[in-house]
Design a protein around this ligand. Sequence first.
Ligand SMILES: *Cc1c(COP(=O)(O)O)cnc(C)c1O
Length: 226
Amino acid sequence: MDIKENIQRIAATLPAGVQLIAVSKTKPAEAIEEAYVWGQRAFGENRPQEMAAKYQRLPKDIEWHMIGQLQEKNVKYIAPFVRLIHSVDSLKLLMKIDREAAKCCRTIDCLLEFHIAEETTKSGLTYEQAVGIVESEEYRELKNVRIAGVMGIATYTEDAEQVRREFRQLKQMFDRLKELYFTGKPEFKEISMGMSGDYRIAVEEGCTMVRIGSSIFGRREYMNTK
Ligand SMILES: *Cc1c(COP(=O)(O)O)cnc(C)c1O
């Protein structure tokens, strides 16, 4: 696997305004260092303890992105340094992130994760549930989190048109939320969608972040689609 070549090839296809998150979950710190040398600064992980261990070892100007399902009890491991949590799927989790961020005197940016795939095993909110969060009293009182946009994972399928419809739906939910709840909030701007197999479609449908793992680092020893 030539990490440098992969990053350069993918980066060259991304329009300005789309950030590449290199998904390094399960990969050793050495693989991250290699990408880092070639200029990559944003890395995605799905296990809090693994992310914290890598944070300890690696250069401090790396941006760490939590992309996997996050349990409340594990927020403390990443709260001191995480750049963006892509996978907020409940008000309770958002409230927990707020408490842990306050302990670190930080404000943590979060994305609302939407369920856009056909598979019921994938997590995420419905549009109505997201509205329930942003309209709640509890949310309005949070001082140490900012909702910075939305995230979604498309169905794992060969059917490109289905994937496109799902990404388009996520973009529409972003636009509606922006108009109804986040006008005048410039931080609400991120649409995190697209992985190795479908990021080209996500770019065409207006994403601002792609999360790419195996096309950069090679296939993983175990699969975790979350
Ligand atoms: C693992 C993972 C990715 C990267 O998947 P690849 O197919 O290896 O690019 C992206 N997003 C999430 C949420 C993931 O868990």
